[in-house]
Design a protein around this ligand. Structure first.
Ligand code: FAD
Length: 300
């Protein structure tokens, strides 16, 4: 793959108000690209894969980078929040800890200080580390344009590799997490790489477990896998096996087997598909145990 050091020519705007960003996007549509941290976009431009006429930088746009507890006890995450901010955020403790763990698993500190959660979502890659935890926790996306705002489920937003349901004139402004009810939620994100340093994910697994009011049975469970299919994979088989059931080692093994059967990894230079399938099973079992343990420890 050829990667030139030189970017193609482009026009550049960095508005301070969201309304101005929306107005520019309404006018330029497909010819514009939103620039957040640039860790994906600028590489694609250097490789010659993209040559937008206009880059609309969000670096001066106010109010898009907060991570804060919402009035209803959920969390609102600005799309421009960096991985470093997410990883260190107190608002992402307790039930939401998988999101902070996903952010902490991205690349190394230099990339984490620039890469944003909004870019990770809109980029729509099967190896994105913050998207599986957000999906497992039922995140919703707020998209704004000159025509108005709409809210979409993150689950279903990514329609293919590199493709989303975002319209060309829309900005992803916020990711919203709402309390999942029941008797307490625990979550986690586990990732394997070839070496314990900056590496693309071999397999990642996000788990979220919500207990029922008795705190014995599982009311809601989600497993979302990274890097084992063309898009991030929600394993619905796990939900039918574990929901409304008191968890046990054998139930978790059954669920891990369902995850293995749902995964369709490829062979590549990082690992053969057969190895990835072994890892899917082991990670799913471990993630379920950890999320369940955290749900038991949660106050509610
Ligand atoms: C060396 C290296 C290692 C990496 N390792 C990992 C890793 O381990 N895990 C991982 O998940 N990723 C990894 N990445 C990929 C990358 O860092 C992430 O995908 C990052 O979160 C992208 O965010 P960004 O702010 O840099 O996005 P940008 O590059 O600025 O944008 C990416 C895409 O999203 C669009 N976009 C961005 N923000 C918005 C918005 N608010 N509204 C609408 N559209 C928007 C852009 O137009 C562009 O199409 C790595 C990248 C590099 C270079």
């Amino acid at each position: 793959m050829v990667c030139s050091m030189i970017l193609p020519r482009f026009e550049f705007e960095a508005p301070s108000r969201l309304a101005e960003v929306c107005a520019w996007l309404a006018e330029a549509g497909d010819e514009a690209r939103v620039l957040a941290g640039g860790t994906d976009l600028l590489l694609r431009m250097k490789r010659g894969e993209l040559a937008p006429r206009l880059l609309l930088s969000l670096c001066r746009t106010n109010g898009l980078d907060q991570v804060e507890t919402s009035a209803g006890g959920g969390v609102h995450i600005g799309s421009l929040a960096t991985m470093s901010r997410l990883a260190a955020s107190r608002a992402l403790a307790g039930p939401w800890s998988a999101v902070a763990e996903g952010a902490a698993a991205v690349a190394g500190p230099v990339i984490r200080n620039r890469a944003t959660v909004g870019g990770n979502i809109v980029n729509a890659r099967p190896c994105a580390d913050t998207v599986p935890p957000l999906m497992a926790l039922g995140a919703q996306l707020r998209l704004e344009s000159a025509r108005g705002a709409r809210t979409l489920e993150l689950d279903g937003f990514i329609s293919g590799p590199g493709e989303t349901r975002r319209r060309a004139d829309e900005i992803l402004t916020r990711i919203e997490l709402s309390p999942l009810g029941g008797g307490g939620t625990g979550s986690c994100y586990l990732k394997t790489t070839r070496r314990a340093a900056m590496e693309v994910t071999l397999v990642g697994c996000a788990a979220a477990v919500t207990l029922d009011e008795s705190r014995e049975a599982i009311q809601r469970v989600r497993i979302v896998l990274t890097s084992v299919a063309p898009v991030l994979l929600r394993v619905s088989g796990v939900e039918s096996i574990l929901e409304n059931r008191v968890p046990s080692e054998s139930a978790f093994r059954e669920a891990a087997d369902a995850a293995r059967r749902a995964a369709h990894p490829i062979d590549d230079h990082r690992a053969p598909a057969t190895y990835r399938l072994e890892v899917v099973e082991a990670l799913t079992r471990r993630a379920l145990h950890l999320a369940f343990q955290r749900a038991r420890e949660a106050t509610s």
